[in-house]
Write a protein that binds this ligand. Structure first.
Ligand SMILES: Nc1ncnc2c1ncn2[C@@H]1O[C@H](COP(=O)(O)OP(=O)(O)OP(=O)(O)O)[C@@H](O)[C@H]1O
Ligand SMILES: [Mg+2]
Length: 724
């Protein structure tokens, strides 16, 4: 690309940024206004016009994926040479620095990075070694404390806890943890940033070397930087370097992790020569999508204030779909994606966004059923998640004691004092006797080959599994799962972890109970299989179903948090219900509610051409049917930008949605003549409501919840149902 082309494709404001003289700059602009694009073009401009060496450029973005994309785009624009340029995330760059200067950073050359799971495990060990009661002092609480302090740049010796005995304890754990890490050469995520900051603080010559080297520092998604990142960055970019930061206060969505929007104002105060440039033209979305998003975010207070406009088409209206229940929601989404494909659209142009990972299960199921390849971005498929595999392993072992893989997975999860050594002995014995692990245990116990503590712990594990089977054998599948999750100690184990991640795990476990409740065994196999076996087969098949391979066009599923910076022609947001989104906790606190609204703004502004917003009138959560109101965010959208898709059923249902101007009607199920939510009558079972359906033509089956006999699946052709 030659120089004039670099500017050709830009508007005036964007050009001001790309071709600015060497100076400090803040680009403050809403979603889709080309912030990331001008950042990339600015790098190209510096190289091509200002002859800046790639060696002098440092660019920071929010995710590894964004960093890879940025590098590729720069390479494309400058035809190749980016050698020596540093592009990465804050953590990635800090890691690189520490590797290069491990001595100055006082780290062993072979230091290892601790991921968050490892960190929790280590803190747990410390808590135990200090003989603290884990119930009273959940390890996760210390993890939060430690990471929080590190994010503020504080070491144990900096914290004055003299007058606060409980803080004194936290500092003690922090110190013990840090000593252990230092001895073992372990560095957690927060430590990467803190050490990199201290590297500057304690090595002025090194800092000055890098200050001279990186004449240009560029940061994308600046609104989500935390205190230590800010400090690191400004030390680097204070003296000679020119700093360009790019951000949008309306898209700050990591406050819960210590990100500070105020860093934007702080930057302006500290770099008082910085020029602020606003971009106001949006190139991503249709006018309907853009206007609705603007209106929504307008309900937040304390904004830095931005208006976005587009000269593009109004486009299609945003569709709001009021689903009868969560199954209907998932099926509706899969149906619309099929339509998109049938009309020539590609599957990788489609994203389904949700608030929490647990919501993916039903969507995955509907996509599998519809044979639509999908990929979960930044996360695992439901049945592959750690906590789900743990719970399934218990169910599997109850179902079949010889399932060695399940045995190995849970023998010491939650920890019950069965060490690796004991497990190795059992493994050897099983191999020697050519039997399974479970049987080997029993044989060794009988022959008294296991002694003392091992004998005791193994016996109690065996008793636990037998007891779980006795207690739950006669229960319905969902109750069985619920009992196992609770009595195995799994739930308590995850609860003790506290924090966002643990909360997600608990949500997933609850969702597993729901999955069992709504699971319908294949009626033809019920003679030969217990419902449990048939559910476990279903789970195994679904998790075995590989993710769409890398090059196959696939629908992308992700949380709204991971959708930051991305764009897709077709976007669905699922679960727009009070209590889900905005989440229950956020409703009680104005600051958090505004962060939820920003998250909704981020979600909506991912859409280029068409946006569907979905909510379900009833949803099974934690095994219970819940009626949620439609999210307040739906009511905040301007009527002229939205249309409502709603089935016309005779059932009286809670009226939650504000009145939207345009209503279109969803077709009845293929060939059945019935609709979800419709009241029907059966000669034998009496009256009921249609809940679900599957198959088509002579195969179609329909699920009806009968007032007297509960829910049943019926073959439509033989059921002789009457609409009432
Ligand atoms: N001047 C322009 N002409 C045509 N298309 C443009 C122009 N500027 C940006 N775009 C396109 O608009 C879309 C949004 O741009 P970009 O992703 O850089 O926005 P952003 O401000 O970084 O958004 P976000 O806040 O979501 O990160 C991209 O597809 C980009 O290529
Ligand atoms: Mg961007």
């Amino acid at each position: 690309m030659d120089v004039s082309e670099l500017l050709d494709s830009l508007n005036d404001r964007q050009r001001d940024v790309v071709a600015a003289p060497k100076q400090n700059m803040l680009v403050l602009a809403g979603a889709g206004s080309g912030k990331t694009r001008v950042l990339v073009q600015r790098i190209a401009w510096l190289m091509k016009v200002e002859n800046v060496s790639p060696h002098s450029i440092l660019a920071v973005t929010f995710t590894n994926k964004a960093a890879a994309e940025m590098r590729a785009r720069v390479e494309q624009t400058v035809d190749g040479n980016t050698h020596g340029m540093w592009i990465g995330t804050f953590h990635g760059l800090a890691h690189r620095l520490l590797r290069m200067h491990f001595q100055e950073a006082k780290l062993p050359q072979s230091f290892q990075v601790l991921d968050s799971d490892d960190q929790i495990r280590l803190v747990k060990r410390i808590v135990r070694s200090l003989e603290l009661d884990e119930k009273k002092w959940p390890p996760k609480q210390f993890v939060w404390y430690i990471n929080g302090k590190k994010d503020e740049g504080l070491r144990p010796q900096h914290i004055d806890a003299q007058f606060d005995p409980s803080e004194e304890l936290f500092v003690k754990v922090y110190k013990a943890y840090q000593d252990t890490c230092d001895r073992a050469g372990l560095v957690d995520f927060a430590e990467l940033l803190l050490r990199a900051h201290e590297l500057w603080l304690h090595n002025p010559e090194l800092l000055s070397h890098y200050q001279q080297r990186f004449a240009h520092v560029l940061v994308d998604e600046f609104q989500d930087t935390n205190a230590i990142q800010y400090a690191w960055l400004t030390m680097l970019g204070k003296a000679q370097s020119k700093v360009m930061i790019v951000g949008d206060d309306d898209q700050s969505i990591y406050g819960w992790r210590g990100a500070k929007i105020e860093n934007i104002e702080r930057f302006l105060a500290e770099y008082n020569d910085a020029q602020t440039i606003r971009l106001e033209q949006n190139y991503r979305s249709t006018a309907n999508i853009l206007n609705a998003s603007n209106k929504l975010i307008g309900n937040n207070s304390n904004r830095m204030g931005k208006e976005l406009w587009t000269d593009g088409d109004a486009g299609e209206k945003i569709s709001i779909y009021t689903a009868f229940n969560e199954i209907d929601e998932a099926r509706f989404i899969a149906g619309r994606i099929k339509q998109w494909r049938d009309n020539g659209g590609k599957l990788d142009e489609v994203a389904i966004l949700y608030r929490s990972n647990a919501q993916s299960r039903l969507l995955e199921e509907a996509l599998l059923q519809g044979q639509l390849p999908y990929r979960i971005y930044g996360g695992q498929r439901f049945f592959e998640r750690q906590e789900i595999k743990d719970a399934l392993a218990y169910l599997r072992l109850i179902n079949n004691r010889d399932d060695d893989a399940a045995f190995e997975r849970i023998i010491n999860t939650p920890t019950r004092g069965i060490g690796n050594q004991t497990v190795a002995i059992i493994r050897d014995a099983a191999r020697g006797a050519e039997t399974t692990l479970w049987q080997a245990c029993q044989q060794m116990l009988q022959a008294e080959q296991l002694k003392g503590r091992s004998a005791k712990t193994i016996t109690s594990f065996i008793n636990l599994i037998d007891q779980l089977e006795d207690d739950s054998g006669n229960l319905d599948l969902d109750q069985q799962a619920n009992l196992v999750i609770n009595q195995s100690g799994l739930k308590a184990m995850y609860q003790a972890e506290k924090g966002e991640r643990a909360a997600q795990r608990i949500e997933n476990l609850n969702e597993l109970v729901t999955a069992c409740q709504t699971f319908e065994s294949d009626p033809e196999l019920l003679e030969e299989q217990t419902p449990l076996t048939s559910f476990l087969t279903h789970a195994a098949l679904e998790s075995g179903e590989s993710q769409a391979d890398e090059y196959e066009a696939a629908v992308q599923l992700m949380t709204m948090h991971s959708a930051k910076g991305l764009e897709f022609p077709l976007v669905f947001i699922a679960g727009l219900e009070e209590g889900m989104f905005p989440s229950q906790q956020s409703v009680e606190e104005i600051g958090r509610l505004e962060e939820e609204r920003r998250l909704c703004y981020v979600g909506m502004t991912r859409a280029m051409k068409k946006l569907y917003l979905c909510h379900a009138e009833s949803r099974r959560l934690y095994g219970q049917e819940k009626y949620h109101k439609a999210s307040r965010f739906l009511r905040e959208l301007p009527e002229e930008c939205v249309e409502e898709i709603r089935m016309q059923s005779q059932v009286s249902r809670p009226k939650n949605v504000g009145k939207f101007s345009n209503t279109i009607t969803l077709e009845t199920f293929e060939n059945t003549g019935f609709k979800l939510g419709q009241n029907v009558k059966h000669a034998k079972f009496g009256e009921g409501v249609v809940l679900n359906y599957e198959g088509s033509g002579a195969q179609s089956r329909i699920q009806v919840n009968f007032a007297d006999v509960g829910s049943k699946w019926l073959v439509v052709e033989y059921a002789n149902l009457q609409a009432i």
